[in-house]
Design a protein around this ligand. Structure first.
Ligand code: VGL
Ligand code: ZN
Length: 234
């Protein structure tokens, strides 16, 4: 019994504490990256139908460089892609008498009515970074009945494959950025917290639809356990 104890001590000294007790003290972190909805329709660069202020060539280049540097560090990178049918519930054009940015009730939830955007297979639904960058691109908002700001699930509760993909890759920490801060970045970050991930949102790599909702989003995320960083720092 004593020799087992001494053996354990020697092994612990040789390999470090975490090699012998991998689930204790320094639980291993595996970091994944989620680039949210970096698509033409959300950018001024592509004259998108729902272009977010500040999403010019310089912004897209900045996101590309940051994402490449994370990938080079070995972090798996995932993209989410808003991917709506033409008759989607979130388009004001599908609600006679309504106009863009009106708010209606859908299945007991407030629904902002958007200009048609990210319609499946259209040019401006394309993700603006090279698809070779991504371990996977997760489409969302495919069901015409529900909106889906979150990359994890839609407003009807139907899950995407994102959580399973992250879990299979052993990821327990995510870095999130993209478009738009006050809608899809926020919803994806909050669902990531709920799913048990350690979550960091990069403010400098994200842009919001409106200043007031962006400020509120930053407050809510911080309050719910998201770390908000100005820049990556890599
Ligand atoms: C988004 C509004 C509608 C987003 C998607 O990516 O933040 N916003 N659909
Ligand atoms: Zn959408």
């Amino acid at each position: 019994m004593q020799s087992v104890f001494i053996f354990t001590i020697v092994v612990a000294m040789a390999f470090g504490h975490s090699a012998v007790f991998p689930q204790t003290a320094s639980a291993q972190q595996k970091v994944g990256v989620i680039v949210v909805d970096l698509q033409g329709d959300f950018t001024t660069l592509k004259k998108g139908s729902l272009a977010v202020e500040g999403t010019d060539q310089a912004y897209v280049d900045q996101v590309r460089q940051a994402t490449e540097s994370l990938r080079k560090k070995g972090y798996p990178v995932y993209a989410t892609q808003d991917w709506h049918p033409a008759d989607h519930v979130s388009f004001y054009t599908n609600h006679p008498g309504k106009k863009a940015f009106d708010v209606i009730d859908v299945a007991g939830k407030k629904q902002v009515l958007w200009p048609p955007h990210c319609v499946q297979k259209t040019e401006n639904a394309t993700v603006l970074l090279d698809s070779k960058m991504f371990a996977a691109i997760v489409k969302k908002g495919k069901d015409k009945k529900y909106d889906s700001y979150s990359g994890f699930q839609d407003d009807g509760g139907a899950r995407t494959e994102l959580n399973q993909l992250l879990k299979k890759a052993g990821i327990n920490e995510v870095i999130i950025y993209g478009l738009a801060m006050d809608y899809c970045v926020k919803a994806t970050a909050l669902d990531a917290v709920k799913a048990g991930y350690k979550v960091t949102v990069i403010e400098g790599l994200s842009k919001g639809v409106a200043p007031d909702t962006t400020l509120k989003a930053l407050e809510e995320m911080a309050q719910k356990g998201v770390t908000v960083k100005k820049q990556l720092g890599v």
